[in-house]
Design a protein around this ligand. Structure first.
Ligand code: SAM
Length: 364
């Protein structure tokens, strides 16, 4: 039992966004016990004081807390869309390089998978056409990404021929060839609080936001808004997209997939491509519609749902949507509200919205 566990949770969430839901508390417990044992015999209170002032110690604890699960060509449909549709379209509109970021890149497999695919497509023009970066909060895992030396565990489901083409076997390990290795640059960055600039044409942020609560995900969206080119595309993991639809970035469906893009109003002039990234602390607009409202009770949500249903029965759909909006504002994953939202959209023949709501409920 850790007496001040809540203080640790708050410190970590405030700094890097990671939220220890009930099921994840065991991970935090184990990591704190491990670090305290490794350091000597500090009390939890003493260790907390050290954590507040020592970035080195914070990073060590963080490496035990991040979940770095990844592998080559994970969720490949999105990689195909980027390589076969989006990058060629951008290159038709302007000269390269197309700037791509794998945010929360872990040990680098996602960024290198894209690089391999793009190399297969562009061969000699690969270097001029694309500029690929990865960033992560975990310094230890970034060392692994930079080393680009992998065990067979990273190649689940990868075509053996492709593995032979781009990697050299050394015992049980596989070393990525320089042509791909040298093309991807890695940076230590906190995607919730820092921006990597200049802006990117394509950002992948897959299997990262699942560790953040709604409040942090909203902050994250404002940050991403500032990092995305006017015509850029931001991809979440397939199962995460709808839970990230806050109306800050615009959800778009294209090529059978969903991604986020800039809302029309915030489009600005793109900076010149080809510049090395710099990391800055973001400015979240003071007037941003990010309000942490008091969480309504379950009874309050039930009452709004009843009001919405009464409106639907009377075919007063706009009013019904307002009640449902109130529920979803406080509980984005409220399944009953999502079903009603989908049903209203169906009544209004808004089939895209119907499909979005249905997909969201199915994912839940
Ligand atoms: C499960 S891995 C995802 C890897 C890869 N994107 C994929 O989909 O296979 C999640 C990664 O997000 C990183 N991460 C968590 N919080 C972060 C933050 N605030 N800023 C940057 N990276 C973060 C973790 O260190 C971890 O390596």
């Amino acid at each position: 039992m850790i007496p001040n566990i809540a203080a640790f949770k708050t410190l970590i969430k405030d700094r890097v966004g990671l939220h220890f839901f009930n099921g994840m508390e065991g991970l935090l417990n184990a990591a704190l016990h491990q670090r305290i044992a490794e350091r000597g015999k500090e009390s939890f209170e003493e260790y907390y004081e050290i954590l507040c002032v020592s970035t080195v110690e914070f990073d060590k604890l963080l490496s035990l807390l991040t979940i770095n699960e990844t592998y080559f060509f994970r969720e490949p449909d999105v990689l195909d869309i980027i390589c076969d549709k989006l990058v060629p379209r951008i290159l038709e509109q302007r000269s390269g390089p197309v700037r791509i970021l794998s945010a929360g890149c872990s040990s680098g497999e996602e960024a290198y998978s894209l690089a391999i695919k793009l190399h297969q497509k562009y061969h000699d023009k690969f270097t001029d056409n694309v500029d690929i970066h990865g960033c992560d909060i975990d310094t230890k895992i970034l060392d692994k990404a930079r080393a680009a030396n992998y065990s067979s565990y990273s190649f689940r489901g990868v075509d053996p021929l492709l593995q032979q083409t781009y990697f050299t076997r050394n015992g049980n390990q596989f070393q990525l060839h320089d042509v791909i290795h040298n093309k991807v640059k890695f940076h230590r960055a906190n995607i919730v609080k820092e921006q990597l600039l200049p802006k990117f044409d394509i950002i992948l942020l897959r299997n990262v936001s699942i560790y953040f609560d709604v409040e942090t995900r909203r902050i994250l969206h404002f940050n991403l808004l500032s990092m995305l080119q006017p015509d850029g595309a931001l991809f979440f993991g397939n199962a995460e997209t709808l839970a990230n639809n806050f109306g800050i970035l615009k959800l778009k469906q294209e090529f059978g997939s969903f991604y986020f893009c800039q809302p029309q109003a915030s489009r600005t002039q793109a900076p010149a491509p080809g510049v090395q990234p710099r990391i800055i602390t973001p400015v979240i607009p003071a007037e941003a519609p990010f309000v942490v409202a008091p969480v309504p009770s379950a009874q309050q949500c039930d009452s709004w749902i009843k009001k919405a249903l009464a409106c639907v029965a009377d075919k007063r759909f706009t009013e019904a949507e307002e009640w449902i909006g109130q529920v979803l504002d406080s509980d984005i994953d409220n399944q009953e509200a999502l079903v009603i939202k989908g049903a209203i959209a169906l009544e209004k023949c808004e089939f895209e919205q119907t499909a979005l709501s249905a997909k969201h409920v199915l994912e839940l």
